[in-house]
Write a new protein. Structure first.
Length: 251
């Protein structure tokens, strides 16, 4: 092995460790792909720079979508005299999750594959008060002429076997940068407060370690029962809301 290259790579690793978590994360991804040792220091830092630029673009896409939902919520608070959106949350998929997803797809860990094959790097979760708010808000978003729907999954009308309910969309939105426009993908999840409550606790409880198969099966059944109960409560609360805020009030 070229000693100068080895020394440069060692120095490179030391410098990377002093940088941000994202720098460390992309270095781990590159190491998994067995490319670092064959790259010059300039190539390594160029890859890190590409990673940072890509994550910045996804963060910008999240801000675009969050703003759209905030505008809709403000408008509806005046038009309908209530705020249908309880909360808006966002996240960028972690480097480890990105790497694991590429592995599951049988793909090499490259920046090109990350860009083209992983569609949920940017995620926005919208928590609504009631289930019918979800469909109305989703429809309002999709009517905007700069939003393109790529795929959707309706786990409200067709819940997962474990009881999970949510409305998922992969959308594309333009983001304008200094050198032009780029279409960015964002995953949007819409849930009611009750659906989000169940999903959060289900994730924590289901993945507790060291459970035997019988106990895990019982917990899964209990969680499914809870999901069905929560769905019934959601529907009852929506019925109460419709009495208070009828869509077609009597003249």
């Amino acid at each position: 092995m070229n000693t100068d290259l080895s020394a440069n790579n060692n120095m490179n690793q030391n410098m990377i460790r002093k940088n941000s978590k994202d720098d460390i994360a992309i270095n781990q991804i590159l190491k998994q792909a067995d490319t670092v040792m064959s790259m010059s220091p300039d190539e390594v830092f160029a890859s890190i720079s590409e990673w940072q630029e890509m994550m910045t673009k996804y963060n910008c896409a999240i801000r675009e979508i969050r703003t759209k939902f905030e505008v809709l919520n403000d408008e509806l608070s005046i038009r309908s005299n209530r705020n249908p959106i309880h909360g808006i949350y966002s996240r960028i998929k972690s480097p480890r999750s990105i790497m694991d997803k590429l592995h599951r797809k049988g793909l090499d860990i490259t920046l090109d594959n990350i860009k083209t094959e992983i569609h949920d790097i940017a995620g926005v979760r919208v928590i609504c008060d009631f289930a019918d708010d979800i469909y109305e808000i989703a429809d309002m978003l999709l009517k905007q002429d700069d939003i393109k729907l790529l795929t959707y999954k309706d786990y409200i009308r067709a819940p997962k076997e474990n009881g999970y309910r949510s409305y998922h969309m992969i959308i594309e939105t333009p983001v304008f940068f200094s050198d032009g426009k780029e279409m960015m993908k964002v995953e949007v999840q819409l849930r009611t407060i009750a659906m989000d409550f169940w999903a959060s606790l289900e994730h924590e409880l289901r993945y507790k370690k060291d459970l035997d198969k019988k106990t895990l099966a019982q917990i899964s059944a209990d969680l499914l029962n809870c999901a069905n109960t929560i769905a019934d409560v959601d529907n009852q609360m929506m019925g109460i809301k419709d009495k208070l805020y009828p869509k077609y009030p009597d003249e």
